[in-house]
Design a binder for this molecule. Structure first.
Ligand code: FES
Length: 179
């Protein structure tokens, strides 16, 4: 193979990767198997939260720290700065690092490549995750219930962890129920 041909081949491969990369997560979104484990699990009580506060937790928790530390079990419960409850998967939909919630900014920021997700709906507004195709540009959300004692329960997941959430279909407030 001539040097010229090798250069052309390298160029074409790089171009193909650049064109296809925004769609790679999309393929995973539609082909990944559904999460099957849905369990009602207490996360916290309203008394433990105030606007702009948050709690990291594992779901579904098993009590085995090796299992519970799996990134795909990591979530954050947020009371947004205007007092709304939200639960998000902590797995960035770009390449699966764990974004941190920054209360002063009302955003989750990924330490790896800087994707930024807004607190009100978990949609990526900047960084590589923001350039991915719908629905692979939003964090999966936890379905939660708040009972009469103020206990907050996680009861399921909307979306596919590591891949995204069809956020046009359901409003974030529909995932928070009073029981
Ligand atoms: S893994 Fe989060 S921005 Fe790349």
């Amino acid at each position: 193979m001539t040097a010229r041909r090798r250069i052309l081949q390298g160029f074409l491969t790089a171009a193909a990767v650049a064109v296809l990369s925004p769609f790679i997560n999309l393929i995973g979104y539609f082909y990944r198997k559904e999460e099957t484990s849905v369990r009602r699990q207490k996360i916290a009580n309203l008394k433990e939260l105030s606007p702009g506060s948050y709690i990291y937790f594992s779901y579904p928790a098993t009590g085995d720290s090796k299992v519970d530390n799996d990134p795909f079990r990591q979530y954050v419960l947020i009371m947004t700065r205007d007092g709304q409850l939200r639960v998000y998967s902590r797995v960035c939909v770009h390449l699966w690092c764990l974004p941190a919630y920054i209360p002063t900014r009302g955003q989750m920021i990924c330490p790896c490549h800087g994707s930024i997700y807004r607190e009100e709906d978990g949609v990526a507004v900047d960084g590589p995750a923001a350039y991915q195709s719908y629905p692979t540009n939003a964090l999966p959300m936890g379905r939660i219930e708040v009972d009469e004692n103020g206990d907050i329960w996680m009861v399921g997941i909307e979306g596919r962890i590591g891949y995204g959430r069809e956020w046009h279909a359901l409003k974030p407030e529909d995932l928070v129920k009073k029981v």
